[in-house]
Design a protein. Structure first.
Length: 181
């Protein structure tokens, strides 16, 4: 397992697609107030390096103990939303809208997804002020799969998708359907 400091330092991929403006303390306070949760320190450490965007190829998947609709042994994590309101960019701040739109349980904070599948901070067991676990939600087949006890452990378990089994054949849905209207 890779250490968190190494993952944080090399987490982001090339380019700024999907990135929000640099994260400020005020933006974090506003986000926590809007989302009604305390965001994990480890997540904020990663977002302070870059506030969302494409994840580096070295960290773009998380292994699973069994098959999902995505793969026999992993789920994707090739992008992570940041905190902000940059035009046209989906953000952690859109979680409430997206949860309602896709019929997901609450309270969650969505980190990554396309509408059909999501990786989210899951506050159901810990409460809104606790340390959330990270869970995979598949809207299409109505399943959920715990991925890690907290975001730090999640980040340390990330690996390159190329080191895992192939993705299952999935229809190309075109542009993300997750964008708020």
């Amino acid at each position: 397992m890779t250490g968190f400091d190494e993952v944080r330092a090399t987490f982001w991929g090339d380019g700024l697609y999907g990135a929000q403006p640099p994260l400020t303390d005020e933006a974090v306070e506003d986000a926590e107030r809007l989302l009604g949760v305390r965001l994990p320190t480890a997540l904020l450490e990663v977002l302070r390096v870059r506030n969302g965007g494409v994840v580096a190829d070295a960290w773009n998947a998380i292994p699973t103990d069994g098959p999902t609709s995505w793969s026999e042994d992993h789920v994707p994590f090739d992008e992570m939303m940041g905190i902000g309101r940059e035009d046209g960019q989906v953000s952690l701040l859109d979680s409430a809208y997206l949860i309602e739109e896709w019929g997901l349980p609450s309270p969650l904070v969505l980190l990554s997804g396309d509408g059909h599948c999501w990786v989210a901070l899951d506050y159901r067991a810990c409460g809104r002020r606790g340390e959330p676990s990270v869970t995979w939600f598949d809207v299409e087949d109505g399943t959920e799969l715990p991925l890690a006890a907290d975001f730090r452990m999640f980040a340390e378990r990330l690996t390159a998708s190329e080191s895992l089994g192939p993705d299952l054949d999935r229809a190309d849905d075109g542009p993300s359907e997750a964008r708020p209207h």
